[in-house]
Design a protein around this ligand. Structure first.
Ligand SMILES: [Fe+2]
Length: 248
């Protein structure tokens, strides 16, 4: 799928060129010590500084809600979020909101009757296992839509089980696709990078996020990162979409 025979094209460093300026990050793991993301408030501060240097100005924190983290629910995570914002200067605290990244797993049905942590009144960030779809994926997505919530599928490029026909089917159902920014620069496997470029060029993505967990891999990826200049419009459109739907 998504093969490229790109003619030799000029490339730019998107960060130096300001393509990400003003990005409202709708998916990141900056809430400390609640999942596999930031381990401490200090690490969260460093990540915020780093992301600001890339042009990312606002962050919706999206800790995992999944079987692996049984204590993560809206009540617990709201309390941790309050602690974090209380430790920040007012201008920094106001650049943060709390959402969550929901795993479509066997506990998802139960989660839907609990208080929800959505990205907005009508958008929820969801993911699946990387290797295999959950039973009844399309039904789970439809259940959300019946509640008036639009699913935002986190990093579609990372699902090894998804082929072009799957992307078409999920997209056709009205699910929004969120690209992980660093997928474009080899943060994961080479096939993930290839899928990310292919899906971006084919116009599948609606939204953009960092999915930042820790500082180290990101600093390495950013230095020397380049993209073909023809992708500037695609990337800037996603930045604008984020701002249109999720500004605060
Ligand atoms: Fe994530």
């Amino acid at each position: 799928m998504f093969s490229f025979f790109r003619r030799k094209e000029k490339r730019h460093n998107p960060f130096e060129q300001g393509w990400l300026n003003g990005l409202v990050d709708i998916h990141c793991h900056l809430l400390p010590a609640v999942d596999d993301g930031s381990k401490s408030i200090e690490e969260t501060f460093s990540l915020m500084d780093f992301l600001h240097s890339l042009g990312v100005t606002r962050h919706i924190l999206t800790p995992h809600i999944m079987e692996d983290y049984p204590t993560n629910n809206a009540v617990f995570l709201r309390a941790r979020f309050k602690e974090l914002t209380a430790s920040l200067p007012a201008d920094r605290a106001s650049s943060l909101r709390l959402g969550a990244e929901y795993m479509l797993d066997s506990t998802f049905g139960r989660r839907l009757v609990e208080p929800l942590l959505t990205l907005s009144d009508r958008h929820m960030l969801v993911e699946t296992s990387y290797m295999a779809p959950p039973m009844g994926l399309m039904g789970l997505l439809a259940d959300l839509q019946l509640k008036g919530i639009t699913p935002v599928l986190a990093h579609p490029e990372r699902y090894v089980y998804m082929e072009e026909k799957d992307y078409v089917a999920v997209k056709k159902q009205g699910v929004l696709f969120q690209l992980n920014l660093f997928s474009l620069f080899g943060a994961y496997s080479s096939s993930t990078t290839e899928k990310a470029h292919g899906l971006l060029e084919a116009g599948y993505y609606d939204l953009l996020a960092t999915d930042a967990h820790h500082l180290n891999p990101l600093t390495n990826l950013v230095s020397g990162a380049t993209l073909p200049i023809s992708m500037e419009g695609d990337v800037r459109t996603l930045v604008e979409n984020n701002a249109r739907l999720f500004s605060f």
